[in-house]
Each structure stands twice: as C-alpha cells, then as structure tokens.
Design a protein around this ligand. Structure first.
Ligand SMILES: N=c1c2ncn([C@@H]3O[C@H](COP(=O)(O)OP(=O)(O)OP(=O)(O)O)[C@@H](O)[C@H]3O)c2ncn1[C@@H]1O[C@H](COP(=O)(O)O)[C@@H](O)[C@H]1O
Length: 110
C-alpha cells in the first residue's frame, strides 16, 4: 500500500478555498480571522520549531515540524495574495545560473 500524499498545490488550493468559503471553527479560518500578525507569529514559531527539530535525530519529528511550517507559510502566501506560480517562476528564473561560489574569508571579528 502506498502512503497517502497531499501535494503543496492541493494544500494551497484548500487554504484558498477556506479563505473564500470560511468554515467557522476551522483552524485556517481562525488564522485568517486573526489576520496577518497572528499568521506571522505562527510562521516565526514554526520556523523555530523546525530549527530545534533539525538538531535532534528524530526524523519523524523534523518532518512534522517542516509540514507545520509549510502549512503556515502557505496560509501567509494566501493572506498576502501570492500564488505558487509566482514562487515557481522565481525558482525557474534561477535555473541554470551559476551560483556565486567563492572562497569567503573567515569571520574572526565579532
Ligand atoms: N496542514 C494543516 C495543518 N498543519 C498544522 N495545522 C494546525 O496548526 C496548529 C498548530 O498547532 P499549535 O499547537 O502551534 O497552535 P495552537 O495552539 O493550536 O494555536 P495557536 O493558539 O497557537 O494559534 C494546530 O492546530 C494544527 O491543527 C494545520 N491545520 C490544517 N492543515 C490543513 O488544512 C486543511 C484545512 O484545515 P481546517 O482549516 O482545519 O479545516 C486540513 O485538511 C489540513 O490539510
């Protein structure tokens, strides 16, 4: 049996749907109702949780935190009216470009 998957696009569309047709009591509706500051606070919290989880050997906990952050970033994008197409276009514009890798001097002054 293959594991169920939800694509980023499916989740984005579901969140957009929740914005257009709110379901009172749903967590997504709660975030949209609270507004940008609350969504930003959650993105900040979830980012920190990803960083902490990445330091630990528990892969399942790390995956869970990355999924939480992904969901909250998608809510933020919908709130700001940014589409996945815009992100994909930005990523595509970088394809094939040489990264500017060069020796960097070590930082020894604080
Ligand atoms: N992917 C997610 C998802 N990831 C995380 N979360 C919610 O994010 C919250 C994060 O938990 P926290 O403990 O940090 O936050 P909290 O204490 O519940 O809330 P705060 O008071 O801190 O805001 C939890 O309530 C999770 O349920 C999500 N809620 C919804 N989705 C997806 O969105 C779809 C629509 O969900 P509803 O909006 O609930 O219908 C669902 O089918 C899912 O696919």
């Amino acid at each position: 049996m293959t594991a169920a998957k939800q694509s980023i696009t499916e989740l984005y569309d579901l969140i957009k749907d929740r914005q257009a047709q709110p379901i009172p009591g749903s967590y997504t509706d709660y975030l949209f109702t609270k507004g940008l500051d609350k969504i930003l606070k959650k993105v900040g919290e979830e980012s920190t949780e990803v960083i902490v989880a990445a330091k630990n050997p528990d892969d399942a906990a790390f995956v869970l935190e990355v999924a939480d952050l992904t969901y909250h970033v998608l809510v933020l994008m919908v709130e700001r009216g940014i589409t996945l197409d815009q992100i994909e276009a930005e990523l595509a514009s970088r394809e094939g470009k040489m990264s500017r890798l060069k020796e960097r001097s070590s930082i020894n002054k604080y």
